[in-house]
Write a protein that binds this ligand. Sequence first.
Ligand code: PHE
Length: 446
Amino acid sequence: MKRESFGGRFAVLVAMVGSAVGLGNLWRFPYLVGRNGGAAFIIVYLVIALIICLPIMLSEEIIGRRSESNVYGAFRKLAPKSKWNIVGIISLITPILIMSFYCVVGGWIIYYLMQSCTFHLVHGGATDPDMFGKLATRTWTPMIYAFIFLFLTGFIISRGVQKGIEKYSKFLMPLLFFCTLGIAIYSMTLPGSSEGLRFLFKPDFSKLSLNAIFEALGQAFFSLSLGSGLVITYSSYIKKNESLVYTAFSTSIMDTIFALLAGMAIMPAVFAFGMEPSQGPSLIFITIPLIFAKMATGPIVAVIFFFVVFVAAITSSISLLEIVTSFACDQYGWSRKNAVIIITSLVVLPLMVICSLSTGVLSNFTIFGKNIFDLFDYVSANVCMILCALAFVIFVGWKLKYESVEDELSNHGSLRISPALIKTLFFLIKWVAPIAITAIIAMNFM
Ligand code: PHE
């Protein structure tokens, strides 16, 4: 069976950005920036993106396109009969963990979107501040909505790379961009919004703790979907004549622009209406609806806002499911449809149910003081992704070596790319990224 590929450069970009832009950009980045010193944190984030994340992304792209295989198959192909395929196996666990809680959040988003569309979220200048608490602690309702979200994700993935991922991303991502831009402009024109911009951008280096640097690293990984095998998977669909360096640079830049735009959409409104900045579910599902209740245009803005959050989440969710689907299709020769049905119903669904219940009836069941939802979030972002990313750069820098990197980045010599640039990127892959990741992990432990 011929392996599918993306139609062209734009398709690769929207698919990659679709995966990258998600809840990480909307509900964590703006808060982390504000709390950790504004522009000072942004500078650290950009340095990390350039010297650590870019080499990781390039490494994953090289592994994916060179092997034309899924995360597991890639290591078996490029390093046969070695232990490297263990990295491939861990990379398959990460997206499953993330999907399990992502679908629960996706379900909450659909619920809020429907409440907004029927004008139940905000009416008569008020909203029920307890709506989220009631929803998350219920048993069936959140589960049913999470299932709808999972079903939509599975539907898109079962359509394939070009007719599914590519088609939907090409349409949804530009829409997402313009809607977010629209909200940002509106939010920044609200009286009193400048305080929010100050919170976001005023540099304060005294707030830049070691912990902030570790948080920037975790955030950059999660936001750029690194260390999850996603970039390896999507890159296996990139044609041999596309430039990997271009894709890596533009994806990172677009993701950061989206994150900043999300900050400019959310924080000015938070301050304009005298709310406390927060992050995570409480920001999206409690603080923001309270703002909508105070706005004359609230009911309409709510619909657009929850649509934005939905699009950002579903394009990330399809990318997560694709990592595992592509593994099942490649390794076991299953059809796409069967792979999707088996993975979603036998693997993701049970874990998703546990995550959903863990904010309600199972909230007292904790491991290391965290409920299952938070545990999956923590382990995937702070353990699995960081360790896998470290393994990916070591693999490319030390096992594949310079010749393979040069070969892939220059498309077998057919692309005009400066040898000095390739040498610099290889140096970042081989030395800078692994040392920097190890150092940051070690400092965090100490
Ligand atoms: N990057 C996505 C976000 O910011 C999450 C994600 C992680 C998606 C890993 C795919 C793989 O929300």
